[in-house]
Design a protein around this ligand. Sequence first.
Ligand code: CA
Length: 229
Amino acid sequence: MKKILIVEDEELIRMALEDDFRFEGYEVDSASNGRIGFEKAKSPNVDLIILDIMLPEMNGLDVCKSLRMKGVNTPIIMLTAKGQEIDKVLGLEMGADDYVTKPFSPRELQARVKAIFRRTENASGEQGEHIFTSGGLKVDINQYECFKDGEKVSLTHHEFGLLKYLLQNKDRVIDRDELLDEVWGKDIAVGPRTVDTHMANLRKKIEENPSDPKFILSVRGVGYKFIGR
Ligand code: CA
């Protein structure tokens, strides 16, 4: 059974979310402030985190950033308040996988959660070639792991999704729309800039020199291409 951690200080919202997720068949844990949320989120038993941004003791952006810095790659969906557009961008840059704007419908949130689990399962359930090595880079698609010169690289859910899709389509130019559809899903409203932001972060992690990349090349005006042997 998949376990969802809900970090939300507003009791009515938290309790409603707990009920919804239990009803959908998930195991649920919750926290009412950022500090407790951060402690609970570090557990490897948590499969997905619903993280509010405005939280007492430690805000959601800091929780997200601190988790990623610790190498915790559990998918995170941020809850952002209406009108705080900047939080969405910051959240994604801090390593969140998706966001939902309050007030949201339970159905919308459930759809986002299912989309993330679907992608995680696709990543782990595939047959055939799943280990890729090239010039100091090693990626195990089934194990969801990436190593650079023998050191483990911590990638977010979407960074790994991008890398995986590029690897599975190496030497082919892939446009941003295709990457959005494949990695974020057709039902999610994010734009081409999101692809570029994540791609820049991915390059920082896997390229020797991100401004002169040897793995992920930009194809001006179109998209990206992975060069592999
Ligand atoms: Ca709140």
